[in-house]
Design a protein around this ligand. Structure first.
Ligand code: ATP
Length: 547
């Protein structure tokens, strides 16, 4: 059986790897030596001499040192390996396509990374103990072979049969663990809904009871059944292991004298050794289920990493401000559709064909679900089109230039997120931010000090204003606002349409706005109306520029 946990633990120990292996072996050997000395001395009290006392002390000292060294360095190795794995996963995550991230899901990523890492970390100590115990067992069996080959053969046969049957039992346990994991996944999905919909649950007792009884209780009951079944198997397997050990004892005590001509003193020694190693065998039997869980946890992390590798964007050229001075952005027969898990196309947009200029305001309008946000995600390079192209100054934007292309945009989508710090904005002048807070009338709620907003516990409308401020601070050539005015009071809405947007236009920015405010449609230079993913109206400059 290949234990993946071992290679994972050693993957980050570098030059200490050989030392850890050596000290683990020495800890096992010195443990065995202690047993030998005790055995020798208890057989013959003349053996109580300075040499044996010193040897005993030396073995204990070496054991303590080796055990501490191997355990400490293995633990720090695995901690390092886990931290590196976290960084690798986050790095791969940020390079994967948005559409794949949306499919994998936030909760699945969080639980995968946190739960599995915890299991791996906790199992490492057990694994080190088990490896030390295995060395001690090998040492002890070597000594048994030295005392009596027949006793050694008996150990090999009985333990061999035990291992085969034990491994067979493990297969069922692994299957049950997998089923349990799937149930656990369902539980976390429900938990995700429960936490996201906490307000809706709080307000509606019937809904709250329904989700509690029919979702959580049922899921937990199903999980418990599997957990009980697997625990039952684990316990049976452990008891079986212990029984095999008793069988070994019985073989040594009752059978060995019949088949081998062993003296009673040797019999005593062999019995003492077998009793001595019972602790190590017990430890091994108890560790195996945990090590299997750790291997499954590693598989889960590898599975997540493989998914992220598959969803990786094509390699990007180094950012070169390729499009910095662009003038026009156009869609050339762009088509995009969402596909379900079976690969069938669901909702789609396109084909779309229009051109937008810098220094102009474009409104994208249409009913709910008409495809406005999907269009924006394509336009900004968050999704890559299934067919057709995005062009900048009439040149196709290759996917390898998407990083460069996306750097043109500041976006505030409907599900925007406010970061506690303004990442990526270096050398920001606090005064400049505070002036904007004043201009957008949120300065009485929050200030910008030492690179952070002092308060982000704000109303939805206020949070949107902060998101708007961040977008303005980024000072990108294209700004994209998805229903930003939706939660604003009439005065601010007026300010947004009649001041903020025209100011951005004056600053030669391309302004893309999703809006349902038909009272302000006259602000737009171009108006694109969507229905069922198709352009049903294209008015203004965008139409004139259409080639
Ligand atoms: N990740 C997704 N997977 C599958 N279908 C999706 C996904 N996101 C959106 N859709 C579907 O695409 C359609 C268009 O959604 P989109 O968010 O683009 O509409 P919208 O015009 O922005 O709507 P609204 O005005 O309500 O925000 C919807 O029918 C929606 O069900």
């Amino acid at each position: 059986m290949k234990v993946k946990l071992i290679s994972f633990v050693f993957s980050e120990t570098g030059f200490r790897r050989n030392r850890i292996i050596l000290t683990m072996m020495l800890a096992g050997i010195t443990n065995g030596m202690v047993m030998l000395i005790i055995n020798d001395v208890s057989k013959d009290f003349n053996e109580i001499n300075l040499r044996n006392i010193l040897l005993f002390a030396l073995c204990i000292g070496a054991f303590v040192f080796c055990r501490k060294y191997s355990e400490y360095h293995a633990q720090s190795g695995v901690q390092q390996a886990i931290s590196n794995k976290h960084l690798t996963l986050i790095d791969k995550l940020r390079k994967s396509e948005l559409v794949h991230y949306e499919k994998i899901g936030k909760m699945s990523i969080i639980t995968n990374i946190t739960d599995n890492s915890q299991i791996i970390y906790e199992s490492t100590r057990l694994m080190v103990h088990s490896m030390t115990a295995s060395i001690m067992l090998l040492f002890s069996f070597g000594y048994i072979a030295y005392l009596s080959l027949a006793a050694f053969a008996m150990c090999v046969v009985i333990l061999g049969i035990g291992i085969v049957i034990y491994k067979h039992g493990q297969k069922d346990i692994i299957r049950l663990y997998h089923e349990f994991q799937e149930k656990d996944q369902l539980f976390f999905e429900s938990l995700n809904h429960f936490l996201d919909g906490f307000k809706e649950i709080k307000i509606n007792l019937k809904r709250s009871d329904d989700i509690y009884q029919n979702e959580f209780s049922r899921n937990i009951d199903d999980s418990l059944v599997l957990k009980f079944q697997s625990e039952k198997k684990v316990v049976s397997n452990m008891v079986f292991g212990q029984t095999m050990f008793f069988l070994l004892m019985a073989g040594i005590v009752f059978l060995l004298p019949q088949i081998d001509d062993v003296e009673s003193e040797t019999m005593m020694s062999i019995t003492a050794i077998v009793l001595f190693i019972s602790g190590a065998i017990g430890l091994l039997i108890e560790s195996i289920p945990m090590i299997i869980k750790a291997d499954m946890a590693l598989d889960n992390l590898v599975h997540l990493e493989t998914k992220l590798d598959e969803s990786k964007e094509p390699d990007q050229h180094a950012c070169s401000e390729l499009y910095k001075d662009f003038k026009e952005l156009s869609l050339d027969e762009l088509h995009y559709d969402y596909v379900n898990a079976q690969g069938q196309a669901m909702f789609g947009i396109g084909p779309m064909h229009f051109a937008l200029k810098r220094g102009e305001i474009t409104f994208i309008v249409g009913g709910n679900g008409s495809g406005k946000t999907t269009l924006l995600k394509n336009l900004t390079g968050l999704y890559s089109p299934k067919s057709g192209h995005i062009k900048v100054d009439n040149k196709i934007v290759e996917v390898s230039n998407y990083n460069d292309f996306r750097s043109l945009f500041s976006i505030v989508l409907t599900d925007f997120h406010l970061f506690d710090k303004l990442y990526g904005l270096d050398h920001l002048d606090d005064n400049k931010v505070n002036e904007l807070l004043k201009k957008l009338q949120v300065d009485h709620k929050t200030r910008f000090e030492n690179g952070r907003f002092t308060n982000l516990d704000l109303s939805t409308g206020q949070r949107k204003r902060i998101a708007l401020i961040v977008a303005l601070l980024e000072d990108k050539p294209v700004v994209v606002f998805d229903e930003v005015a939706a939660d604003q009071d009439p005065e601010f809405r007026d300010f947004y349409y009649h001041d903020i947007l025209p100011e951005l236009k004056k600053a030669n920015k391309m302004v893309l706005v999703v809006s349902h405010d038909d009272r302000y449609f006259d602000v737009a230079d171009t108006l694109i109306k969507l229905e069922y993913g198709k352009i049903v109206k294209l008015e203004g400059n965008g139409d004139k520029q259409h080639d």
